[in-house]
Ligand binder design. Structure first.
Ligand code: GLU
Length: 486
């Protein structure tokens, strides 16, 4: 039974890199009928940020990455918060001390700083100098008396070649002499990441640890803890980094980095899943569009690459437009309504009394052009306003003065009143005929009408827009454009 975990520290917002890691774990679990566990690594009490965990879980829920065990989903391996498992870490630390695989260290922060400085001056590798490893008991008591603090350090074996067969990166090896005796239990009684993650991965029977590449340097420490405890280590796979277009680590400088910001900007979860799947993985050398279902069927670690992935925002926008266009109209409309409810600042204020049918027609007109749900407000608000604000100078098209414009408006009004049935075909025929009689270019005439009717230089196709607006509204807007000129 495959068991994988996503182990967020609740110290910040859900970075897309972390969420991509969560998703690869989720896909791997679903692909193999295994379990996906969320474990909260909240042992660094100074760095906890309130609300961070909720945001991380919200991002997972938004993307449909349901976990099988973890916060709010009790399971047989809980608790799933490390802060609730302190006794376990302490008892395992005791065992390591008893087996002389770990020892108390009483060094004060000042001593450690001096030690590091000395090492730097002597151009030696920095690391703990084992001062407390073989100290006689009396001296230990003295030191404790002075510092009133103690931590527990892991005793790193000497002269070992530590070898990892990484599922993604292949063979990686380290020389244990270059690793120091790192802290496993802090003076506040909390474990460090290294100890807690090993203990939990073991006790939670995690089979594959799939995590970001930045944790690779920690892995030899973890392997040594497994060995000291006589536990089998899980398999490890370290995922490639995500970089911005300038090849530096994806950060705020490149734009939004929180998955929830993408939600607010109006990206669809399907897009995010598809896009993030291609950050380090691919099905083949050309397929770009992959549904969640296909991903679950096809995801495999041997197609995860070692090299860093580049976050390409243009591609993300293109993909979102494509997903929006592929939705059926009802679904898109419901999706927009839900989005507006959740983000009122992006919402269209739809006057009461607007029929569903009208809304559907409006949405159908923008579906082709919509890249983000947040753009719908700007693209459609003129469909719902009583009056639109017009700048006279915008109404006057290049080469058309006030008189020519007034004349064109007047004849258009006459035609619109007379048209039988106010639909695209009739409007197109009638207005294009009129255009050819008016000695105006199509750009001038339709540009002027578009401005008068929508208040915008670009809009959905004009005749279809007019049909949806309806005769009365069109006439009212053209009249008001006319009076603004006279
Ligand atoms: N708590 C670590 C993080 O925030 C998890 C590292 C791991 O997956 O082992 O990324």
């Amino acid at each position: 039974m495959i068991r994988v975990r996503f182990a967020p520290s609740p110290t910040g917002f859900p970075h897309v890199g972390n969420i991509r890691t969560a998703m690869f774990n989720w896909l791997f679990a679903r692909r193999h009928g295994g379990k996906f566990i969320v474990r909260v690594e909240d042992t660094d009490q100074n760095r906890l940020v309130s609300g961070a965990l909720d945001s991380i879980l919200e991002a997972l829920a938004w993307l449909g990455l349901q976990w099988d065990e973890g916060p709010n989903v009790e399971g047989p391996y809980g608790p799933y918060f490390q802060s609730q498992r302190l006794r376990l870490y302490v008892s395992i630390t005791d065992q390591l001390i008893k087996d002389e695989q770990a020892y108390y260290c009483y060094c004060t922060p000042e001593r450690l700083t001096d030690m590091r400085k000395r090492q730097q001056t002597l151009k030696q590798p920095t690391g703990y100098d084992r001062h407390c490893l073989n100290l006689p008991t009396s001296e230990k008591e003295n030191m404790y008396g002075a510092s009133k603090q103690k931590v527990v350090r892991f005793r790193m074996p000497n002269d070992r070649s530590i070898i990892l067969e990484d599922l993604i990166r292949g063979k990686v090896s380290w020389d244990s002499n270059l690793l120091d005796d790192f802290v496993i239990l802090k003076s506040d009684g909390y474990p460090t990441y290294h100890l807690a993650s090993v203990v939990d991965d073991h006790l939670m029977e995690i089979t594959h640890v799939l995590r970001a590449e930045e944790w690779l340097p920690s892995t030899p420490k973890h392997l040594m803890i497994y060995q000291a405890l006589n536990w089998d280590a899980p398999l490890f796979g370290h995922m490639p980094m995500i970089l911005g277009p300038d090849k530096s680590k994806l950060s705020k400088r490149h734009g939004a980095t929180s998955a929830l910001e993408y939600k607010e900007m109006g990206y669809l979860p399907d897009t995010m899943i598809n896009f993030m799947a291609l950050l380090g993985w691919s099905l083949d050398d050309h397929t770009e569009i992959l549904t969640q279902e296909t991903l679950v069927k096809e995801f495999s670690l041997d197609r995860v690459v070692k090299s860093a992935a580049i976050f390409n925002k243009e591609k993300l926008d293109w993909m979102n437009g494509l997903y929006i266009r592929s939705m059926n109209l009802d679904d898109l409309t419901v999706r927009l309504e839900d989005y507006w409810k959740e983000f009122p600042n992006q919402a269209l204020s739809i006057p009461t009394g607007v029929s569903r049918d009208y809304l559907l027609k409006v949405v159908s007109l923008i579906q082709e052009r919509l890249k983000l749900l947040s753009e719908a407000q700007e693209l459609t608000e003129f469909f719902f306003l009583d009056d639109i604000n017009l700048e006279i100078m915008e109404l006057l098209q290049k080469g058309m003065d006030v008189n020519v414009t007034l004349f064109a408006l007047n004849v258009t009004l006459r035609e619109l009143r007379a048209i039988d049935s106010f639909n695209v075909q009739n409007l197109e025929k009638c207005l294009l005929d009129l255009n050819s009689q008016l000695e105006l270019s199509r750009g001038q005439f339709l540009g002027m009408l578009r401005m008068a009717l929508t208040g915008k230089k670009s809009s959905p196709p004009l005749f279809a827009t007019m049909e949806v607006l309806g005769r009365d509204r069109c006439i009212r807007r053209l009249e008001s454009a006319r009076s603004s000129l006279s």
